[in-house]
Design a protein around this ligand. Structure first.
Ligand code: SAH
Length: 252
């Protein structure tokens, strides 16, 4: 992935989740910004890797539309999504990191016509992340935790971050009650984290044969404290995690 090759698509939902990535690109290569469908796509390179960086905004439709444009208008070679999520797995805490092995839409239900969670007419409910890309992302997370985990825990008042791998579930709801997160755990006991974009990106990437990977830092535990925890994590911490992870992911 060097200049001249197909670029890597990097996206997040919200600006805080990108950290200083666009500034880093501006400093290194300059940035060309192209607008499609009310979104700005920033084209340039970071650490010698040609990239297209953009914000999807929130929800599955927004995410699917944005990743489609990355594929059609920019011919990205692969897609990486970075952002925050609610922790659902028993041992997944605020400040931990989850790298998806698979993603599914927890709010998709065309039963009894199709099994619950299955994407109608596609016949799939779980979309795999690209194993090699997910391995590289998890390795970058592990290096970030080894280098900065202790300092980050002290600075942000979390435990030393743990890196989890497994199922991330997505839906068009901000999950924010003990009852809602309990229902999610019961329906999908393997789910480690809940968010609002990842499975939509994974579906579109599957349909186009583009490798994708998703990394999520846990901002809340999808319970009654989630709105407060989410906002403070997003404003104070999310950017530091993204910077620490993406810098190591992009380094050759
Ligand atoms: N405009 C709001 C929207 C945030 S929605 C704001 O900026 O404050 C929450 C975002 O964080 C989504 O992009 C979603 O992917 C992720 N997220 C974090 N915690 C979540 C939770 N408990 N449930 C669902 N999504 C969550």
């Amino acid at each position: 992935m060097s200049a001249g090759h197909r670029p890597l698509g990097i996206l997040a939902a919200l600006p805080q989740e990108l950290g200083d990535l666009i500034e880093a690109m501006r400093a290194e290569s300059g940035v060309r910004t192209v607008t499609h469908g009310q979104r700005d796509y920033h084209v340039g390179s970071v650490q010698g890797v040609s990239c297209v960086v953009t914000l999807a905004r929130v929800g599955k439709v927004a995410a699917a539309a944005t990743v489609s444009a990355l594929i059609h208008a920019f011919d990205v070679e692969a897609v990486v999504f970075t952002g925050v999520a609610g922790g659902v797995g028993a041992d997944v805490r605020v400040g931990d990191i989850v790298v998806a092995d698979a993603l599914m839409q927890h709010d998709l239900d065309a039963s009894p016509l199709f099994p619950r969670f299955e994407v109608p007419l596609l016949g799939i409910s779980r979309f795999a992340a690209d194993p090699a890309l997910a391995d590289r992302l998890a390795a970058a997370c592990a290096r970030f935790v080894a280098d900065e985990g202790v300092a980050s825990a002290a600075r942000f008042g979390t435990r030393e971050p743990r890196v989890h791998r497994g199922l991330i579930v997505s839906g068009d709801q901000f999950v924010a009650s003990a009852a809602a997160v309990a229902a999610l755990r019961e329906a999908l006991p393997e789910a480690l984290a809940v968010e609002m974009e990842g499975a939509a990106i994974a579906q579109v990437c599957y349909e186009y044969g583009v490798p994708c990977a998703v990394v999520r830092t846990i901002s809340d535990t999808a319970d009654d404290h989630a709105p407060v925890s989410f906002v403070s994590f997003l404003t104070e911490i999310a950017g530091a995690y993204s910077n620490g992870i993406l810098k190591r992911f992009l380094a050759r």
